[in-house]
Design a protein around this ligand. Structure first.
Ligand SMILES: [Zn+2]
Length: 249
């Protein structure tokens, strides 16, 4: 069940509890435009947003192509879908393969999901303007190779997708650790960033960027880590996998 809450004027958080973890997207509204950062896991998740979108022109932006960020798009009247070029490539590779696997395992549950690939892609920083709102899109290969972040300069907000996460990020087999760290350090030292909104975990300031980078460095160095709160089953398992992957870097 989706929770929709207004975080600041014109910026709504779309928060969803999945079986193993929570995921968060964002809806931005301007005079004539609606912009959705990630469509979450199912077309049904997007239903509560429709009255807010109304007759505004809708642009969807994918933070990356993982299922919990892109499977809801069929529930929306998207005029444009923007993502990194590597995200588009995944729509001909692991994205349909994973949906087929989930549909085979739980036929009725995922029937309504239709994959809608990005229409407009970029591989250099891209600035989009919607009325008075500016959105800068930057590649941040990290958790996955196609990850991006969105910086909203007029609001001082960084939408971080899965590149920043508390209590810890999810490292994959092909996560490019050094480029990930370089970009995290760069954003962590950018004083224009006041608020960081990740897709999973807590919203914070630049401290949560630092925390994610420190976690990766500790994993690389084999430094023993303590967490302020006990890890739940999902993060405990993820932490164990991460340590194995980081050790072999
Ligand atoms: Zn995710």
């Amino acid at each position: 069940m989706l929770t929709l809450r207004e975080f600041s004027a014109g910026l709504w958080l779309t928060e969803l509890q999945l079986e193993e973890f929570d995921v968060r997207g964002v809806l931005l509204l301007t005079a004539h435009h609606a912009i959705i950062w990630d469509t979450l896991s199912h077309p049904r998740d997007m239903e509560p947003l429709l009255p807010l979108i109304a007759d505004k022109t809708l642009t969807v932006i994918y933070s990356h192509a993982d299922w919990d960020h892109v499977w809801g798009t069929a529930g929306l009247p998207a005029a444009e879908i923007v993502a990194h070029a590597d995200c588009l490539a995944r729509f001909s590779a692991d994205v349909p393969a994973y949906l087929a696997q989930k549909q085979a395992a739980e036929p009725s549950r995922w029937d309504a999901v239709r994959l809608l690939p990005p229409i407009r892609t970029f591989d250099q920083p891209l600035t989009l303007t919607f009325d008075s709102l500016t959105i800068e899109l930057h590649h941040l290969p990290g958790h996955t190779l196609d990850c991006i972040v969105a910086f909203l300069p007029t609001l001082g907000i960084l939408l971080a997708g899965d590149t920043v996460e508390t209590p810890l990020p999810v490292v994959n087999d092909d996560s490019p650790i050094q480029p990930w760290l370089v970009e995290l350090d760069r954003w962590a030292s950018d004083s224009r960033v006041q608020i960081v909104i990740p897709a999973h975990g807590r919203i914070g300031g630049r401290d949560i960027i630092v925390q994610t980078a420190q976690y990766l460095r500790n994993g690389l160095n084999g430094t023993k880590m303590d967490f302020p709160e006990p890890l739940d089953a999902f993060y405990k398992e993820t932490h164990d996998k991460n340590l194995t992957l980081l050790k072999t870097e």
